[in-house]
Design a protein around this ligand. Structure first.
Ligand code: FES
Ligand SMILES: [Fe+2]
Length: 388
């Protein structure tokens, strides 16, 4: 992060803490509960958001070296990630072009070619069909060159392999990430490794879970037994960068920083930074590591989550610190996120009950409104919601 920006963000939050005021937007806003519950709305989100925008399919350490491959799921699409002999990463539908069999069953490994388990069509890891038994006898006149694996837009950036689930599509990743590219590069996630991870499934809409990560209004209540006491009560700021958000959630230690030591102030020592890369990738930046939180919306009321602690690569297991150190850190994060997931499930059930027509976003929950406005803009370029 630019040093000037870092100090401005700290100064802003220290001033708010000193005056016991909050970072507020202009108006209270509402979001109809239907936006979290509707099957048709979810299908629309999948088609216009999930399958059109980048998904952090893997950390680069999971696809390291020529010949590496990884099978994954991109918002319900079966995907095969490969790294060819030139080191170039590819993403394909994991689907044979003959009659649609799943091409690769293994979760991960190393292979230059993949042979379909049904009739033996064989593909290079860069995509082309390179062999098919009895092809000339049975498929005369069909152009083999047009039967390569169906490619998906792929980009390596900030330590991740990003995939757009739009077969044959084109996506300008550089433009999409441009407003935050410098800050994301500076996090150094390319030189990190996954030190610990968990996967969960939560019975809540994906947007409820994102919302829970970008406000601190709930910290002192919902996280009173975990992280709550270490953070300022209901103080956080946010900025939008195109569709993305950067939230800063300060610990109480930020207000206590001595002015004389200003040159040594480091925002991540005294705040959680949360980058929400639209739609479903969040990076929770902590003092010496980053937690990668990936939402995988499965249904209106069901969301998969991947929660991975990324630690600097070092001589010891990670960052010169023991595996135990990162496991302990990860366990605290998971405990806190489990509190959020449990609350999220309660929220989803509450919304489904019909008790409320809308959720309300207070003026200090502006990041939530901003996020939902971005969703609405992708779904419907003509905005329909108005501030209260
Ligand atoms: S479906 Fe793959 S070779 Fe037939
Ligand atoms: Fe939380």
């Amino acid at each position: 992060m630019d040093r000037k920006v870092e100090l401005e963000l700290i100064d802003e939050l220290r001033a708010l803490a000193a005056s016991k005021t909050f970072f507020v937007d202009e108006a209270v806003t509402r979001n109809p509960v239907e936006h979290y519950l509707s099957e048709a709305g979810f299908a629309h989100e999948r088609d216009t958001i999930m399958h059109r925008l980048p998904h952090a399919a893997a950390h680069i350490s999971e696809l390291a070296g020529a010949g590496a491959f990884l099978r994954c799921d991109v918002y319900g699409l079966p995907v095969l990630l490969t790294r060819d002999k030139h080191g170039v990463a590819h993403g394909f539908h994991n689907v044979c072009r003959h009659r649609g069999a799943r091409l690769v069953e293994a979760a991960a490994g190393c292979a230059n070619r993949f042979t379909c388990p049904y009739h033996g069509w064989t593909y290079a890891n860069s995509g082309p069909l390179v062999g098919a038994p009895h092809f000339e006898n049975g498929f005369g006149g069909i152009d083999k060159a047009a039967l390569g694996l169906k490619p998906l837009p792929v980009k390596e950036a900030f330590g991740f392999i990003w995939v757009v689930g739009d077969p044959g599509g084109v996506f300008d990743f550089d433009d999409y990430f441009a407003p935050l590219a410098g800050e994301l590069d500076a996090l150094g996630m390319t030189a990190m490794t996954i030190a610990a991870e968990d996967r969960r499934t939560c019975d809540a809409n994906w947007k409820i879970l994102i919302e829970g990560g970008i406000e601190s209004y709930h910290f002192r209540v919902a996280h009173r037994d975990t992280i709550g006491p270490y953070f300022e009560d209901n103080l956080s700021s946010y900025r939008a960068f195109g569709p993305h958000l950067r939230s800063v959630l300060p610990r109480t230690s930020m207000a206590l920083l001595p002015e004389a030591a200003r040159d040594g102030w480091r925002i991540r020592d005294h705040a959680n930074l949360v980058y929400t890369l639209f739609p479903t990738t969040q990076f929770l930046v902590q003092q010496d590591h980053v937690v990668w939180i990936r939402q995988e919306p499965l249904a209106p009321g069901r969301t998969g989550l991947r929660l991975a602690t990324l630690a600097p690569t070092g001589s010891e297991p990670a960052g010169g610190k023991s595996r135990d150190h990162w496991q302990r850190n990860h366990a605290i994060t998971i405990k806190t996120l489990e509190e959020d997931m449990k609350i999220g499930e309660g929220v989803h059930a509450g919304l489904a009950s019909g008790a409320n027509d809308h959720v309300l976003f207070g003026r200090f929950e502006g990041a939530l409104d901003r996020f939902n406005r971005t969703v609405a803009e992708y779904l419907d370029p003509a905005p329909t919601r108005k501030p209260e």
